[in-house]
Design a protein around this ligand. Sequence first.
Ligand SMILES: [Fe+2]
Length: 449
Amino acid sequence: MPGIRAKLLGFLLPLVFILVATVAAAVMRITDAAIQRDLLQRGVAISRIVAFSAGYSLLSGDRLALDSLAAETGKSSSDIEFVAVRDTGNIIVAHSRVEERGKTYDSPDRSSLLGSFLETRADEVSREGHSMFEFTTPVIFAGKRVGTASVALSQESLLLAQRGVERSVLITASIILGIALLGTLALASLITTPVKKLSAGVNELAGGQTFHPIPVRGRDELGDLTRNFNRMAETIIAQQDRLSGYAKDLEEAYVGMVRVIAASIDARDPYTLGHSTRVARISCQLGRRLGFSEEELEHLDKACLFHDVGKIRTPDDILLKKQSLTQHEYVEIRTHAADGAEILNMAPSLKRYVPVVRAHHEWYDGNGYPDGKRDSEIPVHAQIIALVDAFDAMTSTRPYRKGLSPAEAVEEILRFRGTQFSPMLTDALVEMVKEMPQQETAEWKGMAL
Ligand SMILES: [Fe+2]
């Protein structure tokens, strides 16, 4: 799509070119005509002077005077081809070229009448392949025709003069075209620069980048447009800030609500109270050992807090059941992973936790739920939560069993290394538990300890 600059150039330049070419052609035509008219007038004048001067000498037979007249006139200008005086018998009695004297005057090879000026006739003639203008004036003396005077002027001088004019006109036209090109570019730039700045401003606004007010230059329509655009952009940015403030408040409220839900779920069962918080703490310690960045650890922390949020949909009689679950109850409680993902999916800022929460009961060997994912298909945060979730459950005391010590829990977890849990993560957890002082690992144990 051609820009404004190209369109202006495409429109204005041909227009200027046509205008300049038309003016140049007219100037050349007028000048050529003026040069030719000048040449004709000069030729007629010389021819008439020769005819006037030759009258008496021709009648009196003064050959010397006639020769002198022809020779002197022939030398008076470089573009005079010849000067000849002939008698009424058409015999050349005087000629600027001496060898022509006494010969019969030959008619030219080709002749076309240019015009008659009183008794003088002007023809464009060709002699021996050479084009020239020939001016013929009858020599009259005492009212009687006594001969004819002919003066020929070279066409070269006319062509040279015309070429000179053409060159000048072409140079002037080129300069005008060059100025027009520069003028058009300057005009295009005058229009396109503010438009480009406006376009860049729109892109900044659309791309959510920091908006820089566009400098307003001039009080013309473009200046008004720029001023109005800046005002509009400021209004949009203010509205955006207000909206993002509302959105942030809403998000925080939603996150807070999910935290409350997570804590409430833990609190529904006195034996799991604080479970999500402990899972978060241990998972982040493990993540730190694995070299996670602070941002990753923050995400892991939140995912741990949210991981069992789906249990809000699990009825108390299943969640708090002391006895073994029936097949149906077991199927129902397993839906909490997908339910949690669905709940988090409702808040845009929590969407990033959806895959982790959904996959926190997947097994390394693909025998977990809800999707049967395996190995690297399971997000690494979900693999960590699965491991630490089990560790915390083992170390928590339940009504029907006493919690295991961290060392015992580690032994138990090692039995599922490579099946339920990632071998690499299992090894990292085992190593971490072994390295931790006894007192610290005791803090990891469930609340009943
Ligand atoms: Fe769970």
